[in-house]
Design a protein around this ligand. Structure first.
Ligand code: ATP
Ligand code: MG
Length: 168
């Protein structure tokens, strides 16, 4: 996979699919804007869902500042809902930068097993099931939403084999 040197990357995947792990492996820490970090910034709690609206407003603001300065930026959030992705496409367009989607499509069972082993996550199976439903729906819509590249990595093996390059 080759990304434009300047783009806004939306990671897309249900909780536990490995978005933050993937981001750490392929991007520098300052390139990655995570919804968890922004929830913590505005509400002292990365899991406080009631802070999501303020957290995403702040995240999109910072993304815009980075794009204006010509800096590749990655949004590490589930992005399984169309409205979340629409906001990302809009920020990219406002700054004449290409929006790119990278989907981590990992079976719900596997993600649930990982989630139960995590001390930093405490939500029920129905939450994950809903995300998985939203993701299924999303896979059909992504290309129509304005993303210039859509990369779907199916399964952990494909994710682990992934190598990132940049267009010349
Ligand atoms: P969330 O949406 O809740 O932030 P996430 O998509 O960012 O989840 P990670 O935090 O990256 O998911 O990973 C969740 C768990 O799965 C972690 O314990 C991590 O070690 C494990 N994990 C992530 N990627 C892989 C992988 N490629 N192979 C095996 N385990 C993985
Ligand atoms: Mg994460």
């Amino acid at each position: 996979m080759r990304l434009p040197e300047l783009c806004l990357v939306a990671l897309v995947g249900i909780s536990g699919s490995g978005k933050s792990t993937f981001a750490r492996r392929h991007f520098t820490p300052t390139q990655v804007l995570s919804s968890d970090a922004f929830r913590a910034m505005v509400a002292d709690d990365e899991n406080d869902q009631s802070a999501s609206s303020d957290a995403f407003e702040a995240l999109h603001f910072v993304a815009g500042k980075r794009l204006r300065a010509g800096r590749l930026t990655v949004v590490d959030a589930t992005n399984v809902q169309a409205h979340a992705r629409q906001a990302i496409v809009q920020v990219a367009r406002e700054h004449d930068v290409l929006p790119v989607a990278i989907v981590l499509d990992v079976p719900e069972e596997e993600c649930w097993a990982r989630t139960q082993a995590r001390p930093d996550r405490d939500f029920g199976r129905p939450v994950l099931a809903r995300q998985a439903r939203d993701l299924r729906r999303s896979l059909k819509q992504l290309a129509k939403e304005g993303f210039r590249q859509v990369h779907v990595l199916r399964g952990t093996a494909a994710i682990d084999a992934f190598e990132l390059g940049y267009e010349k």
